[in-house]
Structure formats: C-alpha cells, structure tokens
Write a new protein. Structure first.
Length: 202
C-alpha cells in the first residue's frame, strides 16, 4: 500500500475502488445498479456502473470486471472498499476471490455491527444455496472495531492486515464513519437506483 518513505520520499495517495449499491424493489426489479467509484485519495477519477442480479451470485464477477476496467484506465487500485459483503439483497462479494483473482485487498467498512445470526437465518430460510453464501460470509475474516470522529465503526478484511486496513480507512475518512470514496459511491449508487426505478431521491 502507498505510504510515506522513511527517507522523506513523496507520499502517494492510495488509489481505491469503492462499491456502492443502489436501492431496488425485489418485486419489480431483477437487477440492481452498483457504482464502482475509482478514487485517488478522496478525489474521484472514474465511475463504473455494473448491474448485478438481485439475490444472485454475480457480484464478485462484476467487481472483478470493474477492477480490470480500472487497470485498463491506467489507475490500478490498491484496494477494494465495500459497505458489506452482500449487495443487491444477498448477492455476495467473495473477498477471497477479490484478493486471489483480482489481486486486491478487500476491506468492508460498516457503520454498525452486523447481526450475523439474523443474516445467516435469512439465508437459511430463503435460499437453497445458503451453505455456499454462508461460506462466502465466513471468508470475510474477523470483525474489528475502530474509533472514528463519527463514533465506533467496524471493518472486516482479506488480503491485508487489519491494522493496515484501519490506517487506509482513516486516511480516506473526512467526516463520519465511512471513508470518502465509499460514502460517495453509496450516494451515487442510490441516485442511479432511484433514477432507474423512478423513485424520488432522498
């Protein structure tokens, strides 16, 4: 990851790909738009929009495509930031595949501690492939809490040490609990989802 060199070399702002999911209606939408925002530090560089299937299993593939597109643009990311593993309902990003196939550390940043038992219960009740989805959840690693100006937040990570992930998140956080690239990506994802569904933006 980019850092200040001990010899006084210039510090390079990290390049990250942040993921933001949009709102959707399960009753009327099969796909949900996901914003992949490429940022250098907190400054946006490019926006990639991908459709993922609601409650499907293609979120990892779409994330790998976005990583490849970012590299083709000449901005290879240093990490993928996500608000959680599930997107578009229970469409899971597999953190191990992001690390192994995408070659990127995966960092999920959450405003509050997730109700793990409730998520697993919902998967078991509603999905015939619940075991496969739960295995993806388990690959996220241990949940770590850390302090921000906005209060306690949580991260899980893969392909990067927790301390380094917290340092990265802290360097990119301007206010609140979320790093700025992730906050903007979530806002874009919601706006795109609202525009496509005809729902008024809040």
């Amino acid at each position: 990851m980019p850092e200040t060199s001990a010899s006084g070399g210039r510090w390079r702002a990290p390049v990250v790909l942040a993921v933001g999911g949009g709102r959707f209606s399960k009753s009327s939408q099969r796909f949900c738009p996901i914003a992949f925002l490429l940022c250098r530090g907190t400054a946006p560089i490019a926006l990639i929009i991908k459709d993922v299937e609601v409650d499907g299993l293609d979120a990892t593939e779409r994330a790998l495509e976005a990583i490849a597109e970012a590299r083709r643009l000449g901005w290879p990311p240093d990490a993928l930031l996500a608000p959680s593993l599930p997107l578009a309902g229970f469409n899971m990003i597999d953190p191990q595949r992001i690390a192994s196939e995408g070659g990127l550390p995966f960092v999920a940043v959450l405003r509050k501690r997730p109700d793990d038992a409730a998520v697993r219960g919902a998967l078991i009740r509603h999905f015939s492939d619940a075991d496969a989805r739960i295995r993806i959840l388990d690959r996220a690693g241990r949940l770590h809490s850390f302090s921000t100006e906005g209060g306690e937040a949580f991260i899980s990570c893969c392909g990067i040490e927790a301390g380094e992930a917290m340092h990265l998140v802290g360097a990119l956080t301007v206010f609140g609990k979320l790093p700025e690239p992730l906050r903007i990506a979530l806002a874009i994802g919601r706006a795109v989802g609202d525009a496509l569904s005809g729902s008024p933006a809040n």
